[in-house]
Each structure stands twice: as C-alpha cells, then as structure tokens.
Design a binder for this molecule. Structure first.
Ligand code: TYM
Length: 333
C-alpha cells in the first residue's frame, strides 16, 4: 500500500447508537456501495463515537453486530472492503489523543453537531461529546483516506479534519493525506417524515424509516407523512418541504429524476403520491432486510469478517501512529 501506487482510499463510518435509517442509507451507504470497486475502502462501525451519549450495553453490542450484517446486506462486499469495529483497533484512541493537542477549543465549540447534541443531552455534556470530531479526524487520517462519503451533516467534521491535518503537516511535513468529503447530489439530507424541517434521525422514530422496518410499518409512516395543504406534487424546498423530501426519497429509491417523478404524479393528489413513495421504499429495502435477517443469524461468519477487518485495519493504522509518534518526538519503543 505505497502512496504512489495504491488505489485512492475511502474511510467512512456510522455510529451503532441506533438502528440504521433510510437517511444513512441514502446519505452514505448507497455511495459506499457505488464506490467500492474504484477505491480501497474501509467501512467502520464507530462504537467509540456511540458512547458519547449514554448507551445500554446489551443494545450497543447487538446493534454493532446487526450493523455489520446490514452493511453486507446493502451490497458491501466483505472480500473487497475492510469492515471492522472501531474499538478493535486501539490506534483510533491513540491518534485521537495526539490530534486533540493540535485542535483548538474554539474550533470544537463551533461544531453544529456539538451545539445540537449538547442541547439534547443537557444533563450529560461530556468532554467525549466535545472532542468527538477529533476522534473522527483520527479515524480518517489513520488510513490516509482521500475521500470520505458522508451525508451533508458531516461535512463540517470532515472540513475540521482537513484543517487539523493541514496544521499538523505544516509543522511536521507531509504526514497526512488531506481528505475530501463526498456528498451525494440526491439524498444528502433526508428529512423527517413527521417534521420535514428536521433531519431524519434515529431519535425521532415516527419520522424515521429504519432499514429493518416491516413493509407495514413503512407503508404506515409514508401514509402519515406530513405534506402541506395544497395538492400539487412539486419540488419546492422552501414552501413544500414535506413533498420535496418525498420526491427526493422517491427519486433516490427508483433512480428516476425529480422532473420524471413530478411528471408521473402530475394531476394526482397526495393520496396517490404518498403510498407510491412508500411502495418504492418497501421494494428498495425488502432485499436488504431479508439478507440482513439471514446474515445476523450467522454469528461465526460475522465474527470472521470483523476479526479479519480489525487485523487488516490495524496494520495500516499502526504505521500511521508510529510515523506520528516519531515526528512529534516520542521515543521509539
Ligand atoms: P451518523 O452515525 O450520525 O450517520 C451516519 C451517516 O449517515 C449520514 N446521515 C444522513 N444522510 C442523509 N440524510 C440523513 N437524514 C442522514 N442521517 C445520517 C451521515 O451524514 C453519515 O454519513 N460522525 C459520524 C460517524 C463517523 C464518521 C467517521 C463518518 C465517525 N467517524 C469517519 C465518516 C468518517 C456520524 O455521526 O454519522
């Protein structure tokens, strides 16, 4: 894996702090699948990030394994990609400490996600929640990733990661590759079905579609989706956030353009449109759910994948940590 000859590299991850959602699928995983042939990819289950808010241990453990099964069910090939669990590779914590010493308090204070989450969890604003983006920078920089496919809400964190890397390189020479965020044109910010002015998020189960939801649940959530008091199926984010979100979801699920979708539902009311979006999502998720249900039963298979993934990831990560330690003046063991 030399710098000059290697394929370009991707790193991305999702927190097992809740079940995977249609938002994380459309914002991130869909692109992971699309990019897996062209790039050398590492896809992580970031359990260390998940504990920045309190988790029930048994649920965290179960969801971490289910998430791996779901990654594979979404189409990520375990032969092509390194898939692993963050806490299995100690280098993440090691580099995170170092990078924290090159990150300003002010920079972290400006992070939108920190501001939001510290409001949501006002009784438990830990230093882990504050330094979360530093751990994320470590995730990315450890593997010298060129590209980080994420939804729009993570762009600010990837930009901070670049700033930290640039600062470090400015002092010590070319240590880190500068990563670029990769954000999809469609589905970068899937909104809540219940409150379309908010991002679809696992903490809002009514407005959120989970990858493992049954067809009945999905149908019900789309039938109840909040729209507006007009009737036209038109994309207008400002005035028709609900309908625009549904059009985006429909278009991402079917591969049709927004214009094609508008034409398809022209003259038909929301009573036809909303269930049709639900049906498209049911068909998109059906094979994923069925495959994930099958894989989750095969614990030995999953264990084989995450164990090998950790070993391969650790080899790359360890090299970066050694280089960093040397640069900053730590004595070699
Ligand atoms: P997380 O776990 O909140 O979300 C995982 C991924 O899904 C995207 N996403 C969405 N995209 C579109 N619409 C939505 N409603 C939506 N909800 C979530 C997120 O943008 C993200 O890409 N900090 C990260 C996890 C992380 C990471 C990393 C990512 C840790 N280390 C290193 C990339 C590289 C997070 O909290 O994502």
């Amino acid at each position: 894996m030399e710098h000059t000859e290697r394929k370009k590299r991707i790193f991305s991850g999702i927190q097992p702090s809740g079940d995977l959602t249609l938002g994380s699928y459309m914002g991130a995983i869909k692109n992971w699948v699309a990019l897996q042939d062209e790039y050398d990819c590492l896809y992580c289950i970031v359990d260390m990030h998940a504990i920045t808010v309190r988790q029930v241990p048994a649920d965290l453990r179960r969801r971490s394994l289910e998430q791996l099964a779901q990654y594979i069910a979404c189409g990520l090939d375990p032969q092509k990609n390194i898939m692993f669990i963050q806490s299995h590779v100690p280098a993440h914590a090691e580099l995170s400490w170092v990078l924290g010493c090159y990150t300003q308090f002010g920079e972290l204070s400006r992070m939108t996600q920190f501001k939001q989450k510290s409001q949501q969890h006002a009784d438990n604003i830990t230093s882990g929640l504050f330094t979360y983006p530093v751990l994320m920078a470590a995730d990315i920089l450890l593997y010298q990733a060129d590209l980080v496919p994420v939804g729009a809400d993570q762009k600010q964190h990837v930009e901070l990661c670049r700033d930290i890397a640039q600062r470090f390189n400015g002092i010590y020479g070319d240590v880190f590759t500068l990563p670029e965020p990769f954000i999809p044109k469609l589905g970068a910010r899937v909104m809540s079905l219940a409150a379309p002015e908010n991002k679809m998020s696992k903490s809002d189960p009514d407005g959120c579609v989970f990858l493992m939801d049954s067809p009945d649940d999905i149908r019900r959530k789309f039938k109840r989706a909040v729209t507006d008091c007009e009737t036209a199926v038109k994309f207008d984010k400002e005035n028709k956030p609900g309908v625009s979100n549904l059009l985006t979801i429909y278009s991402a699920a079917t591969g049709k353009t927004i214009e094609e979708a508008e034409a398809e539902f022209a003259g038909q009311g929301y009573g036809v449109f909303k269930p049709a979006v639900g049906d498209a999502v049911i068909e998109l998720l059906r094979p994923i759910r069925e495959e994930a249900e099958r894989l989750i039963k095969d614990k030995a298979y999953l264990q084989g994948i995450y164990a090998e993934g950790a070993e391969r990831a650790a080899a790359v990560a360890h090299r970066t940590v050694r280089k960093v330690y040397k640069k900053i003046g730590f004595v070699e063991r």
